[in-house]
Design a protein around this ligand. Structure first.
Ligand code: IPM
Ligand code: MG
Length: 372
């Protein structure tokens, strides 16, 4: 298979982690005889500096002409701390999602057996967690009308959803649940918000066509509590844009580091793959950012194109790095391994996927290994 992949490294640690993802795709090319054509383009703060806009036309055109987009990260503190800034890096990502019609953002949340003690939550609570968040990505309060009165003293953001926007992602979420543990939880605020009541109505109706999937509902405040009280109760969580943004960061605590969570954003025509973490500006250029979320986004990309064996090889290689303690400092503060070394190790293990572990994995504590 030949795939055209647009590379959008973006800001902060984006370029560093994306470089590791590309190494892994090259390892997949080498091992499985696939062919990827990479083209890079600027987005975010870096694009504002170069062109005055966070999503230059040439970048958007490249993305539209590609089979998939691999995204690094976006954001710069310079803009975060300036409420009057007219252009913001994040607008680039939001516009890209909208222009490419990427209405469903899929974020798996898993506990990894080797990393159970990295989470501040109790092992017995998180062990065995395996759920996936389907976050609506091109509607709601993110994209509704924004107003600020001339005095700059009153502001509003409209949260609007149409039946069609709800139903297209609901179908994807029900199909996913059908292939998993057959449970779908709609997270909303239907006790207060009209838009949430529409979500309930539409999702309940669609649920009738998926009788094998058990549907339940949770208010978002309760869901925020349940996700850390008893994350194992979830299978597929379906929710609107902003609730999904918030609970997916919360979910990352279960995995032990936000540097592990990957995501896929899909639409009718296009697909984009990115880590859920931000640009982590404090770590920029220090070779300490965890590349695993970006590498697991590659696994999601491969799965999206039906390359199941290739995706498995990438995940297996990531597992191996976790088991052998070839990890960045977010997972082991004494780690000697940097972003690049972790990327090299994982890419190397994709190539050598048949290699047997030379050590007894069960006896290796995270961070104690010296193998690379
Ligand atoms: C995410 C991010 C983005 C969002 C930002 C960078 C605009 O937090 O992908 O979760 O809010 O969607
Ligand atoms: Mg977010």
């Amino acid at each position: 298979m030949t795939l055209k992949i647009a590379l959008l490294p973006g800001d902060g640690v984006g370029p560093e982690v994306l470089a590791q993802a590309v190494k892994c795709l090259k390892a997949v090319e080498e091992t499985f005889n696939q062919h990827f054509i990479f083209k890079e383009a600027p987005v975010g703060a870096i694009a504002i500096e170069k062109t005055g806009t966070p999503l230059p036309d040439a970048t958007l055109t490249l993305c539209k002409e590609s089979d998939a987009v691999l995204f690094g990260a976006i954001g710069d503190p310079k803009y975060d701390n300036d409420p009057d800034a007219k252009v913001r890096p994040e607008q680039g990502l939001l516009q890209l999602r909208k222009e490419l019609g990427l209405f469903a953002n899929i974020r798996p949340v898993l506990s990894h057996p080797t990393l159970l003690d990295k989470s501040p939550l109790k092992k017995k609570v998180i062990n065995g967690t395996d759920f996936v968040i389907y976050r609506e990505l091109t509607g709601g309060i993110y994209f509704g009308e924004k107003k600020l009165n001339p005095e700059g003293t009153v502001a509003s953001d409209l949260c609007e959803y149409s039946e069609n926007e709800i139903s297209r992602i609901a179908h994807l979420a029900f199909k996913a649940a059908k292939g998993r543990k057959k449970k779908l939880t709609l997270v909303d605020k239907a006790n207060v918000l009209e838009s949430s009541r529409l979500w309930r109505k539409v999702v309940t109706k669609i649920g009738e066509s998926y009788p094998e999937v058990a549907l339940d509902f949770l208010f978002v405040d309760n869901a925020a509590m349940q996700i850390i009280l008893n994350p194992k109760q979830f299978d597929v969580i379906l929710t609107e844009n902003m609730f999904g943004d918030i609970i997916s960061d919360e979910g990352s605590v279960i995995g032990g580091s936000i540097g592990l969570l990957a995501s896929a954003s899909v639409g009718e025509e296009n697909a984009l793959f990115e880590p859920i973490h931000g640009s982590y500006p404090q770590a920029k250029g220090k070779d300490i950012a965890n590349p695993i979320a970006s590498i697991l986004s590659v696994a999601m990309l491969l799965e999206h194109f039906g390359l199941a064996e290739e995706a498995w090889a990438v995940k297996k290689a990531v597992d191996k790095s976790l088991k052998k303690g070839i990890v960045t400092p977010d997972l082991n503060e004494n780690s000697q391994y940097g972003t690049n070394q972790v990327g090299d190790f994982i890419a190397h293990n994709i190539v050598d996927i048949e290699d047997d572990f030379r050590m007894n994995d069960e006896n290796i504590d995270l961070g104690k290994s010296t193998i690379i």
